[in-house]
Design a protein around this ligand. Structure first.
Ligand code: ADP
Ligand code: MG
Length: 337
C-alpha cells in the first residue's frame, strides 16, 4: 500500500515547481489575494507558501491531507461546473509522503491560528498555537529527502537555477490571470520576484513583462456562440515593415483555459505559423509574446487527463482552434494557401 501511495504521489509531485503549483492553487481556491512564496536551497530545504485566504475549518483539519479528501466538490456532477483549481484531494497527501509538512491555518471564525505537524500518511501528530493571522501557511521541509529524484534532478547548480526559473514563470502566469493577486517570491531570504495588485489583465501583463513590450501589443476579444467560446488577450502588433517587435528569447507566451495555465501545442503552433508569415522568416527559435485567455463552459473541459492538470482535454478543440485562427486572421491577414 505504501508503494502504491508513493507511485501515485510521484505523479502529482515530481518537482519543486509542482509543489509550488499545488500550493498556489490551494491558496487561490481559498480566495487568497496575497501569496508569499519562500524557498530555501531552491526549495529542497524548504518551500513555504503563505496566503491570506479563508483558512481551513477546525473540523476539516484532520482530513485535509487524507487521500481523496477535498472540500471542493461533493458529487461527480460538480465536475461539470468546476470553478476551483483543485478537486481530486491528492496534493497535500502526496506532499506529506515525500517531505515533512507543517500547516498553519486560521479562519475568520477562529481566535488564533494553529500550526499542525503532519506525518507521511497525512495524519496530524501535533499542534500548537501560532501568531499568524487569517489564512493558511504550508511549510514543506526536506522535499524528496532519500528519494533518488533529489539526486537526479537537483544534482547541479544549473538544474537548480532552471527549476527556480520555472517557479518564477509559473508565478508570472498566475500573476497575469489573477490581476488582483499580490505575489512575492523569495529565495534564501532575498526577494527575487514580486507582482503588485492591479485592476485588469492588461496591467497585470504589463507589470510582469514591462511597459515597453506592452506598447507593441494589441488587445483582442472574440466570442463565439454554440459552442460558447470567449477569447481575449494580447498579441504582438504587426509593424508596417512586416516585423513583429514582440519576440522574446525566453518563453513569454501564456495560454489559459478557464483560468488554468495550460500547454496547448496546437495553439502555439498556429500562432507561430502566423508569426512566420508576418515576419517572413522562421521564428521557431524565438518565442512569440502573447496572452490568450480562453473561456469555455466548465463541462467542455476535462482537466483530469494529466496529474498536474496542465494538459486539458477540450471537448471541442477544433472550434477553439478555429476561433483562435479567426483572431489571427483578422490581425495579420490570411495564411498563404
Ligand atoms: P484539493 O485541492 O484537490 O481539494 P488538496 O490535497 O490540494 O486537494 O487539499 C485538500 C484540502 O485541504 C482542500 O480541499 C482544502 O479544503 C484544504 N486546503 C489545502 N490548502 C488550503 C489553503 N491554502 N487554504 C484553505 N484550505 C486549504
Ligand atoms: Mg489542491
Amino acid at each position: 500500500a505504501e508503494t502504491i501511495r508513493l507511485i501515485s504521489s510521484s505523479q502529482v509531485i515530481t518537482s519543486v515547481v509542482s509543489v509550488v503549483k499545488e500550493l498556489i492553487e490551494n491558496a487561490l481556491d481559498a480566495n487568497a489575494t496575497i501569496i508569499d512564496i519562500k524557498l530555501e536551497n531552491y526549495g529542497l530545504s524548504k518551500i513555504e507558501v503563505r496566503d491570506n485566504g479563508n483558512g481551513i475549518k477546525v473540523a476539516d483539519v484532520p482530513v485535509m491531507a487524507i487521500k481523496h479528501y477535498t472540500s471542493k466538490i461533493s458529487s461527480s456532477e460538480d465536475l461539470e461546473r468546476l470553478t476551483t483549481y483543485g478537486f481530486r484531494g491528492e496534493a497535500l497527501g502526496a506532499i506529506c509522503s515525500i517531505s515533512e509538512v507543517l500547516v498553519t491555518t486560521m479562519t475568520a471564525d477562529d481566535d488564533y491560528s494553529i500550526q499542525y505537524t503532519l506525518d507521511s500518511s497525512g495524519h496530524i501528530t501535533s499542534k500548537r498555537p501560532s501568531h499568524l493571522g487569517q489564512g493558511t501557511t504550508v511549510t514543506v521541509l526536506q522535499l524528496f529527502n532519500n528519494f533518488p529524484v533529489r539526486k537526479q534532478f537537483y544534482s547541479t547548480n544549473k538544474k537548480c537555477k532552471e527549476e527556480l526559473k520555472k517557479v518564477q514563470d509559473l508565478l508570472i502566469a498566475y500573476g497575469i490571470i489573477k490581476p488582483d493577486l499580490r505575489i512575492t517570491l523569495s529565495h534564501n531570504k532575498a526577494v527575487i520576484w514580486q507582482k503588485i495588485r492591479v485592476s485588469n489583465h492588461k496591467m497585470a501583463f504589463m507589470s510582469v513583462l514591462g511597459t515597453a513590450v506592452m506598447g507593441s501589443m494589441v488587445p483582442f476579444q472574440h466570442c463565439c456562440k454554440d459552442p460558447e467560446i470567449n477569447l481575449s488577450g494580447f498579441l504582438p502588433k504587426a509593424e508596417s515593415d512586416g516585423s513583429l517587435t514582440s519576440l522574446s528569447s525566453s518563453e513569454r507566451s501564456f495560454v489559459f483555459i478557464n483560468n488554468r495555465p495550460v500547454h496547448q501545442k496546437e495553439i502555439l503552433k498556429l500562432i507561430r505559423e502566423y508569426y512566420n508569415m508576418v515576419t517572413q522568416k522562421d521564428s521557431s527559435r524565438l518565442y512569440p509574446v502573447f496572452f490568450l485567455n480562453i473561456t469555455v463552459p466548465a463541462s467542455a473541459v476535462d482537466v483530469n487527463i494529466t496529474p498536474d492538470k496542465t494538459q486539458v482535454l477540450l471537448h471541442y478543440k477544433e472550434s477553439v482552434l478555429l476561433a483562435v485562427e479567426n483572431v489571427l486572421k483578422s490581425l495579420y491577414g490570411p495564411l498563404p494557401a
